[in-house]
Design a protein around this ligand. Structure first.
Ligand SMILES: [Zn+2]
Length: 379
């Protein structure tokens, strides 16, 4: 994350940059914001700037050795601490840590503006109580006993310290009281009022407000091609929360595709050719991008169904009613059928990209899919 990736909030960026340039970085800072504020991205961008080897006036260079690692969240002098639900089942703690760290990096890359719920959904821990455990605080102490590897500073970024186990919080407090040299703590909270006063008194506050409507509207327009009344409607709904705004835009599109997909599969399964022809017309009328999206969405669903069949639902991305649909789909189809369907969808995508007739491609694909779904799948 770089400052340029975050819309607006210029005065905060300037202040942070100045503290680095004037060599006055506070050793413990609390990035506080309401739910939906971009305080985590801000702390991440600040971290990138601190380590950058070729700092520009307004941002990290994005090119140097340190930046390239920070932009992938693999800089050896950065430690991330974040809440986790106690996921039972994996007894091998080292492997679990390595896996979850991989998920965390993936989450930051794919959902740079994601919130705590998005994170829980991402690694499959919805509805479970997250916590920064006592063991975690031991890891923190361990990490801090090492000198920086590559950089002048070590950064410890603690996301949502409000979820710290009391024992972990006490450990952190001790460290904040007598911070190791060359170490910078960036605490990031969306529940400022739940933090212990002792933590507040030991940290310098960086307040990150929600985005002003006009900043959000411009961002949606410039980065997601959302304009006009749809832009107005979203901006009105989300009150400066960029994550919520992006979810809104995603869900609307995804839900359309999802409904189309399942209706389509039902029509194929039931050999309802009247319905298939009418859907082929709808498909034909859509623009190319939308057509490709429908087929790509179907491929994604097949992947999910295969994951379900393989008993790997935990790493699935879908949730809610879509998950139930996937379950039904995977219960109905064998793995080899899912393989054949995946191949057929890929072929259709290939023909679409070569500007074949969308109606022909869709109808032909539907007939073949119907055959595979109903029988043992000669295609
Ligand atoms: Zn750099």
């Amino acid at each position: 994350m770089r400052f340029a990736d975050i819309p607006g909030l210029d005065s905060i960026k300037e202040k942070l940059i100045r503290s680095v340039r004037e060599n006055k970085i506070a050793h413990a800072q609390l990035f506080a914001g309401k739910p939906g504020a971009l305080n985590l991205p801000m702390a991440l961008a600040f971290n990138t700037y601190i380590h950058c080897l070729d700092k520009k006036e307004n941002d990290a260079c994005g090119q140097c050795h340190a930046c390239s690692k920070n932009l992938k969240y693999i800089h050896p002098d950065v430690t991330f601490v974040f809440p986790l639900a106690n996921l039972t089942g994996d007894k091998d703690e080292d492997r679990f840590r390595a896996d979850i760290l991989k998920s965390w990096r993936q989450f930051l890359l794919e959902k740079p503006f994601g919130d705590a719920d998005a994170w829980a959904a991402f690694y499959g821990a919805e509805d479970k109580q997250p916590l920064i455990s006592r063991e975690e605080s031991r890891e923190i102490v361990k990490a801090l006993s090492l000198k920086p590897f590559e950089s002048r500073f070590k950064v410890m970024l603690i996301w949502q310290p409000e979820y710290m186990h009391p024992a972990a919080a006490n450990g952190i407090l001790k460290i904040l009281e007598e911070p190791p040299p060359q170490t910078i703590f960036l605490l990031v909270t969306n529940a400022f009022d739940q933090l212990m006063a002792t933590i507040l008194s030991r940290t310098q506050m960086v307040q990150v407000p929600l985005l002003p409507d006009e900043t959000l509207a411009a961002y949606l327009r410039d980065n997601h091609a959302i304009s006009g009344s749809k832009n107005d409607k979203i901006v009105q709904q989300v009150e400066g929360n960029l994550h919520a705004a992006l979810q809104w835009t995603d869900e609307e599109g995804e839900d359309d595709s999802s409904t189309f997909f399942f209706d389509w599969m039902m029509a194929c399964f039931n050999a309802n050719y009247g319905e298939v022809v009418s859907m082929a017309d709808t498909f034909h009328e859509a623009d190319r991008q939308r057509q490709r999206h429908v087929v790509a969405h179907a491929l994604g669903m097949m992947r999910e169904a295969l994951l379900h069949r393989a008993g790997a639902a935990a790493i699935s991305r879908v949730k809610g009613h879509e998950q139930q649909r996937i379950q039904r789909l995977s219960a109905r189809l064998h793995a080899f059928q899912l393989d054949v369907i995946t191949r057929l969808l890929n072929e259709a995508l290939f023909h679409l990209e070569r500007n074949g007739s969308a109606k022909m491609i869709f109808t032909d694909l539907s007939i073949r899919l119907g055959r595979v779904i109903r029988s043992a799948g000669e295609a």
